[in-house]
Design a protein around this ligand. Structure first.
Ligand code: AMP
Ligand code: AMP
Length: 347
């Protein structure tokens, strides 16, 4: 594949294929790729293939016995002159090491994966950027507020529980191996997911939208009066069902941009020289004092952007034409190809 150097004509865009795993935000990514003139390919398992065959903008489907088998089946992608656009399933289903083993041009900076997937490294990054994070608690003696206990290896948002105070924490963690969980101050506020895009070509941070998640069972606990809940063995689960779009209070936008720009600036010191670019998401809770406390960063497109199809209020302010995050990624790749800068955006 020609990834650098010469300027390219718009007709050449169709000789490149944008490929992604068939799950998460693949429909949005491939729809956006088609809108920008690329060929498209979905990498599927037998279970997911049927979904992607339903949509006319998916040109090609590669069916694998499992997603990890991709590492041994990169030939098809190479023949298609593919560029891989990663999303949440790349880490969830392939793991960091397989992501690194992929030899196909991959949109984004793979070094960021190490910072993102290690809790301590992520905290170092975000705190260095000046972001407020929930306080990490290392012993029962420190507990002076309600806490959330996160079991290691908990996936998809289940495996967490709350403790009101040190006594409840001690009772509930009795018998659990120290080191098998982390403890944080529990924040009581509004969870918000902020969607960004940092353009390396334009050197510009764009705020493309926000969502809130619809999660089971936390989002249904409020439907039961607390006296009915008392005594029931219910721990909160954050298994996501879907997402809802959110318009952010306009006076908060200044801070929204500031947070995103700080995270990008620090990423350049941690993963030089490019740092974090493309789509990313800051996930946090806004407390009544209007503090945005971040509990996680996702360094690629998040599925919450699926609600902004074909566009979001904020993308509309920039573009005045439909621009989902998936399409924004394809637009960046297109601009890079046309200006001979693709090598800067892929790995
Ligand atoms: P999946 O391919 O659906 O198993 O999802 C891969 C990862 O992305 C999992 O960690 C999911 O929890 C997360 N995920 C999938 N869909 C959504 C969504 N709509 N909102 C937030 N996270 C999601
Ligand atoms: P995580 O696995 O860190 O993405 O967290 C899953 C869910 O737990 C988030 O969507 C939040 O709603 C909730 N959560 C995480 N950390 C905290 C915290 N410190 N306080 C309250 N809720 C939290």
């Amino acid at each position: 594949m020609a990834v650098g150097g010469a300027l390219a004509a718009p007709e050449t865009i169709g000789t490149y294929t944008i490929a992604t795993l068939g799950s998460h935000s693949a429909l949005q990514i491939l729809r956006g790729a088609r809108a920008e003139g690329f060929a498209t390919l979905a990498i599927c398992t037998e279970a997911s293939e049927g979904i992607y065959r339903r949509y006319p903008f998916v040109d090609q489907i590669l069916v694998l016995p499992s997603f990890p088998a991709l590492v041994d089946r990169q030939d098809t992608l190479r023949e298609a002159n593919a560029i891989l656009v990663p999303h949440g399933s790349f880490v969830a289903h392939l793991g960091v090491e397989r992501n690194k083993q992929l030899q196909i041009p991959y949109f984004g900076n793979k070094h960021v994966l190490d910072w993102e997937t290690n809790r301590n490294a992520q905290r170092h990054w975000l705190e260095r950027a000046g972001l407020h994070m929930p306080r990490e608690i290392t012993s029962a003696q420190e507990i002076d507020c309600p806490v959330i206990v996160k079991l290691h290896g908990a996936r998809g948002g289940s495996g967490y529980f709350f403790a009101r105070d040190a006594a409840e924490f001690t009772a509930r963690t009795a018998g659990m191996a120290a080191g098998s969980y982390t403890v944080q101050e529990a924040l009581i506020g509004a969870p918000v997911y902020l969607h960004y895009f940092y353009s390396l070509l334009a050197e510009r941070l764009e705020f493309l939208g926000a969502d809130i998640r619809y999660e089971t069972n936390v989002d249904s606990l409020g439907r039961l009066p607390s006296e009915n809940q008392r005594g029931l063995p219910i721990d909160p689960s954050y298994v996501v069902v879907g997402n809802m779009p959110l318009g952010v209070r306009e006076s908060m936008l200044h801070n929204v941009y500031h947070l995103g720009e700080s995270v990008v600036a620090v990423s350049r010191m941690l993963c030089p020289p490019r740092g974090l670019f493309g789509a990313f998401c800051l996930e946090g809770i806004i407390t009544p004092d209007e503090q945005f406390s971040v509990f996680e960063i996702s360094a690629r497109i998040v599925a919450g952007t699926n609600v902004a199809l074909p566009s979001s209020p904020y993308a509309d302010l920039y573009y005045g034409e439909p621009m989902s995050t998936g399409r924004r990624i394809a637009r960046e790749l297109r601009n890079a190809i046309l200006t001979g800068r693709l090598a800067e955006l892929v790995e």
